[in-house]
Design a protein around this ligand. Structure first.
Ligand SMILES: *[C@@H]1O[C@H](CO)[C@@H](O)[C@H](O)[C@H]1NC(C)=O
Ligand SMILES: *[C@@H]1O[C@H](CO)[C@@H](O)[C@H](O)[C@H]1NC(C)=O
Ligand SMILES: *[C@@H]1O[C@H](CO)[C@@H](O)[C@H](O)[C@H]1NC(C)=O
Ligand SMILES: *[C@@H]1O[C@H](CO)[C@@H](O)[C@H](O)[C@H]1NC(C)=O
Ligand SMILES: *[C@@H]1O[C@H](CO)[C@@H](O)[C@H](O)[C@H]1NC(C)=O
Ligand SMILES: *[C@@H]1O[C@H](CO)[C@@H](O)[C@H](O)[C@H]1NC(C)=O
Ligand SMILES: *[C@@H]1O[C@H](CO)[C@@H](O)[C@H](O)[C@H]1NC(C)=O
Ligand SMILES: *[C@@H]1O[C@H](CO)[C@@H](O)[C@H](O)[C@H]1NC(C)=O
Ligand SMILES: *[C@@H]1O[C@H](CO)[C@@H](O)[C@H](O)[C@H]1NC(C)=O
Ligand SMILES: *[C@@H]1O[C@H](CO)[C@@H](O)[C@H](O)[C@H]1NC(C)=O
Ligand SMILES: *[C@@H]1O[C@H](CO)[C@@H](O)[C@H](O)[C@H]1NC(C)=O
Ligand SMILES: *[C@@H]1O[C@H](CO)[C@@H](O)[C@H](O)[C@H]1NC(C)=O
Length: 299
C-alpha cells in the first residue's frame, strides 16, 4: 500500500472525481468553489508538474473514509518528504494556474492573486515542518503513563526511517488525550461544539502541552523563516479573541521559553531540540535549523 506510484494515485483521483458528483459549489471555509475552479484544482493535482511534487491523492481517504486521519497523514508525509520537491518554477506556475482558473471565485471572495502566490510560496516551509521526525514518539508510557494508550499505537505501519513523523506523534498523543480516534467527523464535532465533552477537553488542554520537542521543532522552523513572529506580544494575539492579557511585555517566545523552561526547552532557530531531525529529500527551505542532537530513549 505504501508509496504507490504517482500514476496509480492519479488514476485513483480521477476515478474518485468521476464518482463523486461534485456539487456546483463546495464552500471551503466560506470560499465559493465553482465548476471551473474545481476543474482547475483537479487538473493541477492530476495533470501538472505540481501534481508530481505534491501528493494530493494520498489525502483523498480523508474525504471518503471515517477512520483516523493519522495513518493517512503519515502516508502523505512519507510521499511528500521522500519524493522530489516542487521547484520555484513549478510553484509559480501552479499559483498562476489557480489565479487564472479561479479568477471569478477569488474576486467574489476578495482573495488577491498575491495571496495565492504567497500560499504556494509557503510550500518549502510547510514541507520542512511536516518532515520533522522524533526519535521519542508518543507511547502509552509517555508522561508517566498519564494519558494512557492511544487507540492506534505508533508502529512499523507508520514510516520509521530516521524516526517517527512529529505530526503522527503529536496527533497520537492528542488521540490518547481525547480517548478516541481522530476522525474527520470527530474533529468537526469537537470544533463546532456538537460533542461538548470533546470541546471541554479541548479547552482544558494545559499550556505545558506545548512543552514537546516536536512542537518546539515546528516553531523553530517557522521562526527561522519569520523571526518576527516570536516577538509578537501575547496581548496583541489575544486581542483578536477579545481577551485581555495583563502582561504587556510577554511575547510568543518569552511565554514559550518560560512555560517550558522545566524541560528545558527554548526557541532556537539554529538548532532543533534533542531527538528532532528533518528527514527529507532535497530540502528547498533556506536557513533550516540544524538537526537536534541524538537522545537516549526516555519518556
Ligand atoms: C493535461 O494538460 C494539458 C496541457 O495543460 C492538456 O492539453 C491536456 O488535455 C490535459 N489532460 C487532461 C487529461 O486533462
Ligand atoms: C462514522 O463512524 C461513526 C462511529 O463509528 C458512525 O456513527 C458514523 O455513522 C460513521 N459515519 C459515516 C459517514 O460512515
Ligand atoms: C536531489 O537533487 C539532486 C540534484 O537535483 C538529484 O540529483 C537527486 O536525484 C535528488 N535526490 C532525490 C532522492 O531525488
Ligand atoms: C525560490 O524562491 C524563493 C522566494 O521567492 C527565493 O528565496 C529562493 O532563492 C528561490 N530559490 C531558487 C532556487 O530560485
Ligand atoms: C489574477 O491573475 C489572473 C491570471 O493571471 C488574471 O486573469 C486576473 O485578472 C488577476 N486578478 C487580479 C485581481 O489581478
Ligand atoms: C519510509 O520512507 C522510506 C524512505 O522513503 C521508505 O524507503 C520506506 O519504505 C518507508 N516506509 C514506510 C512504512 O512507509
Ligand atoms: C465525543 O468526545 C468524547 C471525548 O473525546 C469521545 O470519547 C466520544 O467518542 C465523542 N463522541 C462522538 C460521537 O464522537
Ligand atoms: C480506531 O481505529 C482503529 C483502526 O481503524 C480501530 O481498530 C479501533 O477500533 C478504533 N478505536 C476506537 C476507540 O474507535
Ligand atoms: C469584547 O469584550 C467586552 C468585555 O467583555 C464586551 O463588552 C464586548 O462586547 C466584546 N466585543 C466583542 C466584539 O465581542
Ligand atoms: C528564549 O530562549 C532562547 C534560548 O535560551 C533565548 O536565546 C531567547 O532570547 C529567549 N527568548 C525570549 C523572548 O525570552
Ligand atoms: C541554539 O542551540 C545551540 C546548540 O545547542 C546553541 O549553541 C545556541 O546558543 C542556541 N541558540 C540560542 C539562541 O539559544
Ligand atoms: C537517515 O539518516 C542518515 C544518517 O543521518 C542519513 O544519511 C539519511 O539520508 C537519512 N535518511 C532519510 C530518508 O532522511
Amino acid at each position: 500500500m505504501k508509496f504507490a506510484t504517482s500514476a496509480a494515485l492519479f488514476a485513483g483521483l480521477a476515478a474518485v472525481s468521476a464518482q463523486v458528483n461534485l456539487p456546483s459549489t463546495i464552500p471551503i471555509l466560506g470560499f465559493p468553489f465553482g465548476q471551473q475552479c474545481q476543474q482547475t484544482v483537479l487538473g493541477l493535482f492530476t495533470n501538472s508538474s505540481f501534481g508530481q511534487c505534491f501528493p494530493a491523492p494520498a489525502l483523498l481517504p480523508l474525504l471518503s473514509s471515517n477512520g483516523s486521519i493519522i495513518p493517512v497523514l503519515d502516508n502523505f508525509m512519507t510521499e511528500l518528504c521522500y519524493m522530489q520537491p516542487c521547484s520555484n518554477a513549478t510553484l509559480t506556475q501552479a499559483a498562476q494556474t489557480i489565479e487564472a482558473g479561479c479568477a471569478s471565485d477569488l474576486a467574489t471572495s476578495k482573495v488577491s492573486n498575491q495571496t495565492i502566490a504567497t500560499i504556494f510560496g509557503l510550500y518549502p516551509l510547510i514541507r520542512e515542518v511536516l518532515c520533522l521526525k522524533t526519535s521519542n514518539p508518543y507511547t502509552a508510557q509517555s508522561y508517566g503513563g498519564f494519558l494512557g494508550a492511544p487507540p492506534i499505537p505508533i508502529s512499523s505501519a507508520y514510516n520509521q526511517t530516521n524516526g517517527t513523523f512529529c505530526v503522527s506523534s503529536v496527533l497520537t498523543q492528542l488521540s490518547a488525550y481525547f480517548g478516541t480516534n481522530l476522525t474527520i467527523p470527530f474533529i468537526a464535532s469537537a470544533v463546532t461544539g456538537a460533542n461538548s465533552t470533546a470541546q471541554q477537553l479541548a479547552l482544558g488542554i494545559q499550556p505545558n502541552f506545548a512543552c514537546n520537542e516536536c512542537l518546539f521543532g515546528g516553531i523553530d522552523v517557522v521562526e527561522a523563516a519569520y523571526p518576527a513572529l516570536g516577538q509578537v506580544p501575547i496581548a496583541a494575539i489575544l486581542q483578536y479573541a477579545n481577551v485581555s492579557y495583563p502582561d504587556q511585555t510577554a511575547t510568543v517566545n518569552s511565554l514559550l521559553n518560560s512555560t517550558c523552561a522545566y524541560k528545558p526547552l527554548a526557541v532556537n532557530t539554529t538548532q532543533l531540540p534533542a531527538g528532532i531531525v528533518v528527514s527529507i529529500v532535497n530540502s528547498t527551505f533556506p536557513n533550516a535549523p540544524a538537526n537536534g542532537p541524538a537522545t537516549t530513549m526516555s519518556t
